[in-house]
Write a protein that binds this ligand. Structure first.
Ligand SMILES: *[C@@H]1O[C@H](CO)[C@@H](O)[C@H](O)[C@H]1NC(C)=O
Ligand SMILES: *[C@@H]1O[C@H](CO)[C@@H](O)[C@H](O)[C@H]1NC(C)=O
Ligand SMILES: *[C@@H]1O[C@H](CO)[C@@H](O)[C@H](O)[C@H]1NC(C)=O
Length: 391
């Protein structure tokens, strides 16, 4: 198990990926004007093996925009990042964009090697920092999977015990080329909207996203997955600045969903602020509806001890993608191919169950049907991956 220490102060809220901005250190603004972006990549969990889930991949291109959608800076080519690794990118600001605070980020896959992004942190020139967890992708129907990496999510200024805030947050798959059956090349988001300065019980933003997920997932400036995205893609921003209550929830949750308030920067439009309310390209690609398992994952099973890893939840999600999965804490096996859950074999359950010793499904007295008539699949693996401690 590896623990990633995120920034100085990060807090995670009720299953919604959020972290709090670090308290501002007393430090003069960076005269060089760079914004530092860290990308954490999901970990496969088999240090001895060669990244069997292929979580490693091409480092995505990061583009930063300010409050008005003006380009602040863009990362260069960063090559490969390995699974469980972190890439730190110091993004130099454009001329005249000195100490500007980047409010929006576009993340675009830069090559044919898919990666699964677990978290992103952003450090402004004034040293204020922000976080984003892959869990957002799970809630907002991106392609996702679990990860073995434990992200230390805690608020260092809090007196509360920190242990239960450490989580192995999920990761979001991005890939430039559909050969792996991933649907999205990248995503964009409003950097300010995924952090919290309060704990889970009092954080209004977490509660709002939980109660009204559309205010997170259907507000394109806030978060959007892109079937096609390149460095020139114009991402939407909020045309009217959005306003927050003191607990971080939206003052007007309807406003963030109002397309008339979204702005696509368009040099050619005569509208105020150079905003167009429709994307410059009407031919925006649609995500393909077919959702087969990525071919490179056949023959692999993951067995996880992490309490956060719920095989039923993984199986119930239409957009989860990855190998077959065993949650040892839950006692459930998820057949990712059919998205069917099965119990693990035990004293009580001896047939129609997944045997963690042999990694096979046990047939019943009526052959390959269970008592409900479900077909019991054949399973065979050449690779087993263990997460979160020995079995
Ligand atoms: C996608 O990537 C794979 C693996 O690198 C490559 O073999 C294939 O030719 C690529 N396809 C396209 C359409 O670029
Ligand atoms: C949670 O993470 C913090 C920071 O890395 C660490 O000090 C603490 O021991 C972790 N707690 C558990 C239960 O792993
Ligand atoms: C796993 O998820 C399912 C469905 O969301 C839920 O009913 C169940 O209580 C969860 N189990 C655990 C151990 O958290």
């Amino acid at each position: 198990m590896s623990v990633v220490g995120l920034l100085d102060a990060v807090g995670l809220i009720v299953g919604v990926g959020m972290m709090i901005p670090a308290l501002m250190p007393e430090k003069p603004p960076d005269p060089q004007a760079t914004t530092t972006v860290n990308i954490g990549v999901g970990l496969h969990g088999n240090p001895g093996n060669r990244d069997p889930l292929d979580y490693k991949g091409d480092t995505p291109t990061i583009t930063l925009y300010d409050q008005l959608g003006t380009l602040v800076g863009r990362s260069g080519s960063e090559g490969h990042v390995k699974a469980g690794g972190v890439v730190e990118m110091a993004i130099a600001h454009e001329k005249d964009m000195g100490g500007v605070k980047s409010e929006y980020m576009a993340v675009a896959a830069s090559g044919d090697d898919a990666i699964c992004i677990q978290y992103i942190t952003t450090l402004w020139p004034d040293q204020e920092s922000w976080g984003f967890l892959g869990d957002v992708g799970t809630l907002c129907d991106a392609d996702w999977y679990y990860s073995d990496n434990v992200v230390a999510n805690f608020d260092s200024s809090s007196q509360e015990p920190q242990s239960q805030l450490n989580r192995s947050s999920n990761c979001i798959w991005v890939d430039q080329n559909g050969s792996n059956h991933f649907r999205f090349q990248g995503f964009s988001f409003h950097i300010l909207d995924f952090s919290s300065s309060k704990d889970a019980d009092t954080d209004g933003r977490a509660k709002q996203y939980h109660d009204q997920p559309a205010t997170m997932c259907k507000s394109d400036p806030r978060f959007k997955s892109w079937p096609k995205i390149s460095k020139d893609t114009v991402i939407p921003i909020f045309y009217d600045l959005i306003h927050y209550n003191s607990d971080n929830s939206d003052l007007d949750p309807k406003a963030v969903l109002d397309k008339k308030r979204w702005c696509y920067k368009d040099k050619h439009t005569k509208n105020k602020n150079g905003c167009s309310s429709t994307p410059p390209s009407k031919r925006e690609a649609r995500a393909s509806s077919s959702n087969p398992a990525p071919p490179f994952m056949a023959g692999t099973v993951v067995k996880s001890h992490h309490g956060d890893h719920n095989a039923t939840h993984l199986c119930n999600s239409k957009t989860s993608k990855g190998p077959d999965f065993v949650s040892l804490s839950e006692g459930v096996f998820c057949d990712m191919e059919k998205k069917q859950v099965w119990p693990l074999c035990s004293k009580e359950v001896a047939i129609g169950c997944f045997d963690v010793e042999t990694n096979k499904m046990r047939p019943g007295p009526h052959g390959r049907r269970d008592s409900e008539g479900r077909r019991i699949p054949f399973k065979s693996y050449h690779k087993e991956i263990r997460w979160g401690g020995g079995i």
